[in-house]
Write a protein that binds this ligand. Structure first.
Ligand code: MG
Length: 245
């Protein structure tokens, strides 16, 4: 069995919430997605909604067996084209990040483009699964700056890949085997720009329920300034389910 929860908030400085998210129950699993829109005059929310709709359609149509990743990649390509097609008449330049996870049969498959993130909490340890497709993400990987410096860097919002914006919508895909009680977190940068990985780990481990954890993470991001829209999607595999695989 898989539990899930989600929370989203506009934050304290933005007038619109341009993040979008979706949880799609699968016959024997769960699909999760978060997209963070960008663009002028609130067009970012158009882009993130287009991406989430494409992903939700692909998740609902997943064949029962085999990897979800080729189907998700097709959804990414379709979302990329849909956003480009809609980016006219003042909506030029809109785009979005996208992170998607499929949990089923004891496996986690995930896909990422941009700087929204997937994390795994296992045995109290939080592991970032995705690499940010961002300028500061590249700088951290090349050890030019630290992860903490990246959070406050002037160029922190510059993405190296984004749906609808960069020429090739090449997403990064990966998979891993789930263990009992693993928690999967998908989030927008409104969380990770405000809250440390250590605080995220503590909150996930301490909360009484997944929904409490999601709500508390939003509270922490807003207490730290809430400079951006905040979205948190969580899933947890129960022990019985993992043991039965
Ligand atoms: Mg954001």
């Amino acid at each position: 069995m898989l539990e899930h929860a989600a929370a989203t908030h506009v934050g304290l400085e933005r007038s619109h919430n341009e993040d979008a998210w979706r949880i799609v129950p699968l016959p024997a699993g769960l699909g999760l997605a978060v997209a963070d829109g960008m663009g002028s005059h609130a067009t970012g929310e158009v882009a993130s909604q287009l991406a989430i709709e494409q992903v939700a359609t692909a998740l609902a149509a997943l064949p029962p067996n085999g990897s979800a990743l080729p189907h998700l990649q097709q959804a990414v390509d379709a979302a990329h084209e849909a956003i480009r097609g809609a980016a006219r008449g003042g909506r030029e330049g809109m785009g979005c990040t996208l992170v998607v996870a499929v949990l089923r049969a004891g496996q986690l498959e995930y896909l990422n483009i941009g700087d929204s993130r997937a994390y795994l909490l296992r045995d109290g340890q939080l592991r970032q699964l995705t690499d940010d497709d961002s300028l500061v993400g590249e700088m951290v990987r090349h050890r030019l700056i630290t992860a903490d410096e990246a959070k406050v860097h002037a160029l922190r919002s510059v993405l190296t890949k984004a749906l609808g914006v960069t020429d090739a919508a090449l997403a990064t895909v990966a998979s891993l085997a789930l263990e009992p009680a693993d928690i999967v977190l998908l989030c927008s940068d409104g969380l990770t720009g405000m809250v440390t990985d250590a605080a995220i780990a503590t909150t996930l481990a301490a909360a009484g329920s997944l929904q409490e954890a999601a709500d508390q993470l939003v509270v922490l991001a807003n207490e730290a300034g809430g400079k951006d829209n905040i979205t948190v999607v969580l899933a947890r595999q129960t022990a019985a389910d993992a043991a039965a695989r």
